[in-house]
Ligand binder design. Structure first.
Ligand code: DQA
Length: 142
């Protein structure tokens, strides 16, 4: 199984962001923890601060033969209809993930444009949101 993990803007700055919401680990540490936990799964990690680059990778995902997309679009969650449209086009299993609980934060974070074009959403548990999301992908695909 090969899962494409997509990270949007500012997630490359993990470790420097508000610890309360995002923890103190870096993006590389997050990636490593996932890879160590699911040794039997292949991961491709992609991060970009640019909306169009995220869309390009989503559009290409089926052709690149991934089994699923796990996406944390960062702030594009709350703004990007273009990313939503790209995800809608892809018929892979798509799972949305967030470190923080966006439902319990500022009102603008409660707008989620990608929620209903993904099969499931996990959030609020920092790295454990990712672990739960990948377990969901495993069970859905097997
Ligand atoms: C985030 C939540 C977003 O609101 C924020 O802009 C992020 C990270 C999360 O993982 O909790 O960059 O997606």
């Amino acid at each position: 199984m090969n899962i494409l993990v997509i990270h949007g803007p500012n997630l490359n700055m993990l470790g420097k962001r508000d610890e309360k919401h995002y923890g103190s680990f870096t993006q590389d540490e997050l990636y490593q923890e996932i890879a160590d936990y699911f040794e039997h799964i292949e991961f491709s990690f992609f991060q970009s601060n640019h909306e169009g680059e995220l869309i390009d990778v989503v559009q290409q995902a089926e052709e690149d033969n991934y089994d699923a997309i796990l996406i944390n679009p960062g702030a594009y969650t709350h703004t990007s209809i273009a990313l939503r449209d790209a995800l809608e086009l892809v018929s892979l299993l798509k799972v949305e993930v967030h470190l923080s609980n966006i439902e319990e934060r500022e009102a603008f974070r409660q707008i989620d444009y990608i929620k209903d074009v993904c099969h499931m959403r996990f959030m609020g548990k920092k790295i454990d949101s990712y672990i739960e999301a990948i377990k969901y992908i495993e069970h859905s695909i097997m």
